[in-house]
Design a binder for this molecule. Structure first.
Ligand code: UDP
Ligand code: MG
Length: 319
């Protein structure tokens, strides 16, 4: 009798170079875990609209491996949406989400599984302790982002946390119930709660292929995270507005008194220009913040699907 089914959910975008490397590694772990714990695996690979031969490779693997399933999305929806599609199709008692580039070491699955089984955790997640192999400027910005979001949001976002984790079914169902369009997974994983054990490991570099994240994409992603998990920027902009009103009031009194006492020679032109520029800058900045929230609200109210499936493997057809 099997002691349970572990679903391995893997989003792929232009990953023709890494899929087979990943399968070789994970198959070893599958065998070891079957022998040690008597658990079975099911694979759910989600092709996120790749432009290379990823989809063909997935179809070939499905022919060869009996517990291999694939979902092809109709275009590139982004990792977060691909993850959601994979989680939705998963049937396991435990579900692991992992990247296909072997930056998430498959051998950690054993420790994750034992943590959940023996130590009563709902989830075992991973955190990298270093950012080796990453551009320095990116590491600095990432650190700043985590500091900032944890100050202004009540949902804890752990610095260095990977998406790589093994979860119990109840946690997966909770994540699926969060069906928002603007998906910031790191926040959602934390927001749903449950008892999480953090396993640490040293950062690994990609086995092959290239990262899909440019600096600019990461920047936009971090803004999405802030907008999705805190409304603090709105409060900050109100406070800024109030502060400038107070300053303006004090300045009016000051100049009024000054004019009454000393007359009104036309001086102070640079101060005037400086003030106008500063205040209008702050206004635009605050307007921009409001715009971000309105834009996200607009997208949410459209209620568009998070992903669209083009094709999926036969075994997934029934559900
Ligand atoms: N990915 C995806 N859709 C995208 C971008 C990435 O499904 O639009 C997948 C990618 O194939 C990989 C994982 O998400 O399995 C992580 O991507 P990547 O390695 O580029 O990110 P990094 O590890 O550099 O943060
Ligand atoms: Mg990677």
């Amino acid at each position: 009798m099997s002691k349970g089914l572990i679903s391995i959910v893997v989003p792929c975008y232009n990953e023709e170079k890494t899929i087979n490397l990943f399968m070789t590694e994970i198959s070893k772990i599958e065998k070891e875990m079957k022998e040690a714990f008597n658990v079975n695996f099911e694979y759910i690979f989600v092709d996120d609209g790749s432009k290379d031969t990823t989809a063909t490779i997935l179809k070939e693997l499905e022919q060869k491996i009996s517990n291999f399933n694939y979902i092809l999305l109709s275009r590139n929806f982004g990792k977060e949406s691909a993850l959601y599609a994979g989680l939705k199709a998963s049937k396991g008692d435990y579900v692991a989400v992992m990247d296909v580039d072997l930056q998430d070491p498959p051998e950690l699955l054993k420790e994750m599984y034992t943590s959940i089984i023996n130590e009563d955790y709902d989830c075992a997640a991973t955190r990298r302790t270093t950012r080796k192999g990453e551009p320095i400027i990116r590491s600095i910005c990432a650190r700043m982002f985590y500091k900032l979001i944890n100050k202004i949001s009540t949902t804890e976002i752990v610095d260095g946390a990977r998406d790589y984790r093994l979860m119990k079914r109840n946690m997966v169902d909770a994540i699926l119930s969060v069906s928002e369009y603007n998906r910031f997974s790191k926040g959602i994983f934390s927001w749903v709660g449950f008892k999480t054990k953090w396993l640490e490991y040293v950062n690994k570099e990609r086995a092959a292929g290239e990262t899909k994240w440019s600096f600019w994409k990461l920047f936009i992603y971090s803004l999405d995270g802030i907008v999705a998990f805190t409304t603090a920027p709105l409060a900050i902009s109100s406070v800024l507005g109030l502060a400038f009103c107070i300053i303006a009031f004090i300045m009016i009194i000051f100049f009024l008194v000054k004019t009454l006492m000393y007359g009104d020679p036309v001086v102070g032109f640079p101060t005037l220009i400086g003030t106008i520029l500063l205040v209008s800058g702050v206004q635009l900045f605050c307007l921009g913040i409001h715009g971000q929230y309105i834009a996200k609200t607009y997208l949410e109210t459209k209620n568009r699907p998070i992903y669209i499936v083009k094709e999926k493997s036969n075994k997934l057809q029934k559900d």
